[in-house]
Each structure stands twice: as structure tokens, then as C-alpha cells.
Design a protein around this ligand. Structure first.
Ligand code: XIL
Length: 497
């Protein structure tokens, strides 16, 4: 290999090309799904796709009562049953959202938590992925959270820009904590996702940093212990923040590097992207999106937001893979491009390597979407159903030189507690950490997540797991544990390695 050459190594088998999207995707190790309504469960749904997202019938305006109960579940049941009989994964969409909130509009966190519990428990592991929080961040690339309900439930008491202090509330974190508790308590395999749009590239039009994507990244990093997956909606169009940027793959990769699965969740591509910085035709644009996902091992699924152009929520953009309607569909050039790209499988490109020895890096070749998400346990038992903390007491240790510092936030109830611990790197990047703290007499740790622990009582040492040992200077990661008894007076001491 000569210097500067591009080596493309095929990882998938070079066998005969598959003739459906789902078969080609499965061979490449990801799902290829579609959003659908109960009245559009035509044969094509099960033939071409192996994942199903309810376009509307699992939103709170259909499902939720004002007290967080369930109603009108028949449409959702129809979709879930259809998915099961066609061997398709289901993405539940969506639990906490400012739009289509229906009877939950204005609800408290306690009511949201009740709804989260009811919805997750009703379908259990039949739902592979739940969008727990949808569209938390505002438009126009500000990087801020929305100020609409439910995001007005965020409260940054001392205005320091985070939501970890005494008196702070955070609807994103609290909703994920609740969802994780329900999944753990039920023993479900369901993975919990955060989903948003205009977060796809590292940059938006003109090379401006994508502050919305950066804000989403910070949320996922900070709440990594509760979040298993990230959805990039990917409604690509002429909006300067909704373009297919050339750094889409790099952005997918940085989320994947946090250990979460990444999904393209609501893909449609305006067929006339005059404003799009990669230009070209719709089929080529589809190819680029599919390729960006295939090139990141933890990008485990792509979902298009509807079957055909005329039946799309944005029919004027003609953004989907088929024309036609009412069960009779014709494949577009975009369909052929997607199928062809999927059939090429996952490849790794080692470009511009200025030596003669181009690394032949290997990429996972599993033929099913791998859950690379750590299966650490998360608080389950004895948690009040509302999961509203009865106390939240942050305490800090004294920063230990250039190494790390740790602070704890305790949510306690009679007889039990959950402790969140934040590990912050000092002036230099750390590659591992150890947090030592002494529990009061009578307190016992029952489980911990995102950390290894040395003991269940007395002085306990928590050490990083594989994905959270490295913390950049001034940045932080979090782990947590649950226990019985009381957790007063905790003074964590952090040592970096
Ligand atoms: C859209 C549906 O496609 C429409 O039928 C409905 O009228 C409005 O919602 N982001 C989301 C989806 O997360 O739930 C939205 O779906 C599209 C944008």
C-alpha cells in the first residue's frame, strides 16, 4: 500500500446481495425500520423492515390520562403485535415530550414518573427501545434546553449552569432515573434513548459548531448511567441546521465512544436540497447517511419516517424511499441506493495514512445489533414510585491536587437511598479513578452502576469501569449506588490514576 492511499476493507461477507432492506441490514448488523400507523400495516412493512416505530399512537396525547394512567392502548397493541408476528423490533415513541403531550400537558414530575412506569411496564421487553425524552433542546442552534413544558421543570437554583445542586430539578435526569428503575425492576431488556433533531452533524451549515449536538452530547455523557441509546431524528431539509453535513459520521462516532448505541430514528431527506452543503441527488444523500451509520459499529439502526412520499408527514419534500400509497408502492432511486449501500456491509476506511503500513483495524462483525451498553444494575427495589427525592444533599470532597475530586448527591427515603457520585478531573486528564467513602453504620450497598465496588458496607472503594475511566481535564463522569439504611455524612475521597 502506498502512502496516502485509501484502504477499504470489507467486513461483511461478500455473498449474494440481499433483496430487501431488512435482510441487507441484518447481514450488516443493524436494523432497518419504518414509522407506521395501525391503518398502514401493509405487507411491505414486514417484508422490507425489521423495526417498527409507532408514528403517533404511542405518544402521550394518545396514551396518557391526566394522572399518568394509560388509555387508548389498542393502536399501540396492534403495532406491537404486528411487529412480533413479523419479527420486528419496536421503538416506543415517546414518553416525555413537550409536543403531543395531551392530558400530561403541565403534569408534575411525579405524574410523568407514574406514566413512565405504566407505559414501560405494559409492554416490557416487547419494546426494544423507548424514546424516554424527545426534543429536549430548543431550535436555532442555541444549545439551550427548551423553555416549554416539561423542560420548564428544570431548575438551576444557583444558576451555575448545571442541575446537580441542592434544590435543582432536572426533568431529563429524573425521567431517565425513573425509566431505568422500572426497566431494572421488571427485568426488561428495553433500552432507554434520548431523541432529537438538528443534532446530526458536528457542524451546521457554514461550518458553525452544532451547539445543539454538543448540548445533547453533554446530557448523554453526564447521565450515561441511565441512557443506553441516542436517536438522531435526521429530518434533513433546507433548514441550515438540518443539513447532512460531512461530519455526520464523526458525530455518530463521538456518541458511540460514550458507549451508547446510536440510531438514525426518523429519516427523511428533502429531495431538493438546494441549501445542502453536500448537494447532489436524494439517492446519493441517502447513501451518505446509511454509509455514515455503517461506518460506526455502534450505529445499530436506521428508521425511515414513513413508507411513501404521499403518506409522509412532509409529503411536499418527497423524502422517503417509495412512491405510491394505500399498500401499493413503487421503489425510488433512493431505495435502490440504500439497499446497495446496506449490501456493501460495514466497512472500515483507513484514509490518508502516511506510511506504507496501513492498519487493518477490525470492526465488530456481529450480525445482530450488539448492545455494547454496560449491563450494570441500576436502582430497583424500595424506590418510591414517584421517585421524587425526599432529600438531595450534595457534599464535596476537597479537590486532591491535579487528580480528581468527587461530590455526592443523596436521594433518601425511609430505610433506603440512592447516591449519585460525580468524579471531576482536575487540571489534567485522568485515565482511571478510585472514590473511597465510608458508609454510616447499618448502611448496606445493594447495587451500583457505572463503577466497581470493593465492599457493601463500611469503607467502600468504587473504581471506574472500562468506559468511564478517562475523564478530560475539568470534565466529569458519574456513577451511582443504591442501598438500605441511611447515607448521611458521606465524604468521598477521589484518587486518580
Ligand atoms: C410527527 C408525525 O409524523 C405526524 O403525523 C404528527 O402529526 C406530528 O408528529 N419528531 C418526532 C415525531 O419525534 O414524533 C414527529 O412525528 C416528527 C418530528
Amino acid at each position: 500500500m502506498v502512502g496516502g492511499a485509501v484502504a477499504v476493507q470489507s467486513i461483511g461477507p461478500a455473498a449474494a446481495a440481499e433483496t430487501t432492506l431488512r435482510a441487507a441490514a441484518a447481514k450488516a448488523g443493524l436494523f432497518f425500520g419504518v414509522a407506521a400507523s395501525p391503518n398502514r400495516l401493509y405487507p411491505i412493512v414486514g417484508q422490507e423492515f425489521n423495526q417498527l416505530t409507532p408514528e403517533n399512537v404511542m405518544k402521550p396525547d394518545t396514551l396518557a390520562t391526566s394522572s399518568g394512567g394509560l388509555q387508548n392502548t389498542s393502536g399501540a397493541d396492534t403495532l406491537v403485535n404486528h411487529a412480533q408476528s413479523n419479527n420486528m423490533l419496536v421503538r416506543g415513541h415517546t414518553l416525555v415530550w413537550h409536543s403531543q403531550a395531551g392530558a400530561l400537558q403541565g403534569a408534575s414530575q411525579a405524574t410523568l414518573n407514574t406514566f413512565i412506569g405504566n407505559a414501560i411496564n405494559r409492554w416490557g421487553s416487547k419494546i426494544a427501545y423507548w424514546d424516554v425524552v424527545n426534543e429536549a433542546l430548543e431550535d436555532n442552534n442555541t444549545g439551550r434546553r427548551r423553555n416549554q413544558w416539561p423542560h420548564t421543570m428544570n431548575r438551576d437554583a444557583n444558576g451555575d449552569g448545571d442541575y446537580f445542586d441542592s434544590g435543582d430539578t432536572d426533568v431529563i435526569r429524573d425521567s431517565f432515573i425513573r425509566a431505568k428503575q422500572v426497566v431494572q425492576a421488571g427485568g426488561f431488556t428495553t433500552k432507554l434513548c434520548i431523541n432529537d433533531y438538528d443534532v446530526e452533524g458536528l457542524t451546521v451549515q457554514g461550518g458553525t459548531p452544532n451547539r445543539k449536538a454538543n448540548a445533547l452530547y453533554d446530557i448523554v455523557r453526564n447521565y450515561r448511567q441511565y441512557i443506553d441509546c441516542v436517536g438522531f431524528q435526521s429530518h434533513f431539509n433546507d433548514n441550515p441546521n438540518s443539513i447532512i453535513s460531512s461530519d455526520l459520521q464523526a458525530n455518530i462516532q463521538r456518541f458511540a465512544d460514550l458507549g451508547v448505541e446510536v440510531h438514525i430514528t426518523e429519516l427523511d431527506i428533502d429531495d431538493d436540497l438546494s441549501n445542502n452543503d453536500i448537494g447532489s441527488g436524494q439517492a446519493e444523500n441517502y447513501r451518505k447517511v446509511v454509509r455514515a451509520c455503517l461506518n460506526v459499529a455502534k450505529c445499530t439502526g436506521i428508521t425511515v419516517w414513513g413508507i411513501s412520499d404521499s403518506e409522509s408527514w412532509r409529503s411536499s419534500e418527497r423524502g422517503l424511499l417509495f412512491t405510491g400509497g394505500n399498500g401499493s408502492y413503487q421503489k425510488k432511486a433512493a431505495y435502490t441506493a440504500v439497499l446497495d449501500e446496506l449490501n456493501k456491509g460495514r466497512t472500515v476506511s483507513t484514509s490518508s495514512v502516511p506510511t506504507s503500513s496501513v492498519p487493518t483495524s477490525s470492526v465488530p462483525t456481529s450480525s445482530v445489533p450488539t448492545s455494547s451498553v454496560p449491563t450494570s444494575s441500576v436502582p430497583t427495589s424500595s424506590v418510591p414510585t414517584s421517585s421524587v427525592p425526599t432529600s438531595s444533599v450534595p457534599t464535596s470532597s476537597v479537590p486532591t491536587g491535579g487528580g480528581c475530586s468527587a461530590s455526592v448527591s443523596v436521594n433518601a427515603w425511609t430505610g433506603g437511598f440512592v447516591v449519585s457520585v460525580r468524579v471531576t478531573a482536575g487540571a489534567s486528564t485522568i485515565n482511571g479513578w478510585n472514590v473511597r467513602l465510608t458508609l454510616p453504620s447499618g448502611a448496606t450497598v445493594t447495587n451500583a452502576w457505572s463503577a466497581n465496588r470493593s465492599a457493601n458496607s463500611g469503607t467502600v472503594q468504587f473504581t471506574n469501569v472500562s468506559y468511564n475511566g478517562r475523564v478530560n481535564a475539568g470534565q466529569y463522569t458519574e456513577f451511582g449506588f443504591q442501598g438500605t439504611g441511611t447515607a448521611t455524612g458521606l465524604t468521598p475521597v477521589c484518587t486518580a490514576s
